[in-house]
Design a binder for this molecule. Structure first.
Ligand SMILES: Nc1ncnc2c1ncn2[C@@H]1O[C@H](COP(=O)(O)OP(=O)(O)OP(=O)(O)O)[C@@H](O)[C@H]1O
Ligand SMILES: [Mg+2]
Length: 189
């Protein structure tokens, strides 16, 4: 019998997937009030993106208290909401910064990956924990009000055309997760 060999999971996406993930994640971020740089895709493999200054999350490695605090701030929660909606498991310390005290996501290139579909298996269970209890594989009650949910739902419907025709599946996956967020909101739960 072959022995179980530990191995690192590596998922290689195409440039087309990564570029679309960045561009569409920006539109979703804007719809739900999360902060990420504007990303404009202008060719098969190239994006134009705003530069994000501030302090790299990596410099806070080891400072658990500060990381926990940032995750509970309004901008931290919105970034977590973005990640669970777009199925982005890659929110590692190199993929966010702190600008004027607010958390800003950089690198949404792994959004809507196949690996990200299963939330309990995410490699980085960070900001999203505000909405999803990774350890127990269930949605968490969140503090979104009826007004928040309705505003976001309208805004998400408005970006649907950007996912047509080739990324419709991404949109549908996202809206399924949004339905869970809505169900577990302060308004509905
Ligand atoms: N919009 C941006 N503004 C400022 N810095 C950025 C931006 N995009 C990327 N960077 C910098 O470049 C680094 C790598 O970019 P990115 O995370 O997109 O690529 P990556 O292939 O995932 O690399 P890594 O494995 O280092 O995360 C980031 O950690 C950050 O320091
Ligand atoms: Mg990165």
């Amino acid at each position: 019998m072959p022995s179980a060999t530990p191995s690192a999971r590596r998922f290689m996406r195409s440039a087309d997937d990564r570029a679309d993930a960045e561009r569409l994640a920006f539109l979703v971020a804007r719809a739900v009030g999360a902060k990420v740089p504007a990303a404009f895709r202008y060719s098969e493999t190239e994006l134009l993106m705003d530069y994000v200054g501030g302090i790299p999350g990596r410099t806070l490695q080891g400072d658990e208290r500060e990381q926990e605090r940032l995750m509970s701030t309004p901008s931290g929660k919105r970034l977590g909401l973005l990640d669970v909606l777009i199925g982005n498991e890659d929110r590692n310390p190199g993929n966010w910064k702190v600008v004027d005290g607010e958390v800003v996501g950089i690198d949404q290139g792994e959004a809507w990956s196949d690996a990200g579909k299963s939330l309990p298996d995410w490699g980085y269970q960070t900001f999203g924990r505000e909405y999803y209890d990774f350890a127990n594989d269930r949605w968490r009650k969140n503090d979104l009000s009826r007004a928040d949910v309705e505003r976001m739902e309208e805004a998400l419907k408005a970006v649907r055309s950007e996912f047509i025709p080739s990324r419709q599946e991404w949109y549908d996956d996202m809206m399924k997760r949004f339905a869970e967020v809505k169900k577990h909101s302060r308004w509905r739960a």
